[in-house]
Design a protein around this ligand. Structure first.
Ligand code: ADP
Ligand code: MG
Length: 285
């Protein structure tokens, strides 16, 4: 139990120069296009070090895959990035600003959208209601401003509904808009969860095993939607098991093993890395 005063640490990191001195001389000293920086993040559960000093960057407008065997620490790392957990060490920066130790709400508001391994949709609400509800907190924030500008809340409401329709159409879920989320297939619920994240207009979309348990046709659909979002400039970081999916869809791959970064780089290089073959791909047999 060592981590304390996240806010103070964050403020301090903001003004010191440590983060800039880490790259080796030359090569990538100016390579500061990373939208998200994970810098030596540590997370322990009692004696278990689930995330053990993980560092990597997610380049703006890239699709980055995070892979590794079960128990490698991938979901826990996502939790550290999105504020579910405060890291016990290290830093997470978005656009150069420290975000670790902030609340999930604050981190989401800053532009980090995230889906969970098990979708968190509301089964008793319709698809449309689920989507509008996701936007509500954001709208509520803006509605504070409406106290000073009466009349805008109605406009916001119409704006939200228009975005719900547009997003459902994009995800090809529009024909299910008035169905209860509880009646959707697993794959459709994952698409809906992506839709809810899109309602927050995030800078980076983080997905935890978005296609696990999803039937093949919906898998293709979901991956196509992710690539399209990326074509429009959206940054994507996703956890995935299937090596082929990662190879075909990612610009860059980060491999975790036993809480640490085993390798990272372009898919073709990572795939042929001996340590990866041994620790990860070999682990299937
Ligand atoms: P992955 O997503 O790569 O499969 P996880 O991040 O879920 O891995 O888990 C990493 C390790 O941390 C595992 O050993 C897991 O059992 C452990 N772990 C995850 N969450 C908790 C928790 N809340 N309490 C205790 N141990 C946990
Ligand atoms: Mg996981």
């Amino acid at each position: 139990m060592s981590a304390n005063s996240p806010v103070d640490d964050a403020a301090a990191n903001d003004t010191d120069t440590d983060g800039r001195d880490q790259s080796d001389a030359g090569a990538s000293a100016d390579d500061s296009t990373d939208l998200l920086e994970v810098d030596g993040v540590v997370k322990q559960f009692g004696g278990l070090v689930a995330v053990d000093g993980v560092s990597f960057g997610v380049e703006e407008a890239s699709i980055t895959g995070l892979i590794g065997p079960n128990g490698a620490g991938k979901s826990t790392l996502f939790d550290c990035i999105t504020g579910v957990y405060e890291p016990d060490g290290g830093a997470v920066r978005l656009d150069g600003e420290p975000i670790h130790g902030r609340s999930p709400t604050e981190i989401a508001r800053r532009g980090v959208g995230r889906t969970f391994q098990t979708p968190k949709t509301f089964r008793g609400m319709t698809v449309r209601e689920n989507m509008a509800f996701a936007a509500e907190r954001q709208t509520g924030e803006r509605a504070l401003g409406a106290l000073f500008r009466p009349g805008t809340v109605g406009e916001e409401e119409a704006d939200v509904q228009a975005r719900v329709d547009e997003t459902l159409e994009f995800l090809e879920l529009d024909h299910l808009a008035d169905d209860y989320a509880g009646g959707l297939s697993g794959g459709q619920r994952k698409l809906l969860e992506l839709g809810r994240v899109l309602m927050l207009d995030p800078e980076i979309i983080m997905l935890d095993e978005p296609i696990a348990g999803v039937n093949p046709s919906l898998t293709d659909e979901l991956l196509a939607r992710l690539r399209e979002l990326n074509d429009r400039g959206r940054t994507i970081l996703f956890i995935e098991h299937d090596m082929d999916v990662v190879m075909e869809n990612c610009d860059r791959v980060v491999v975790m093993h036993n809480g640490q970064t085993l390798a990272s780089g372009p898919p073709s290089i990572v795939r042929d890395d001996e340590r990866v073959v041994e620790a990860y791909l070999g682990g299937y047999d």
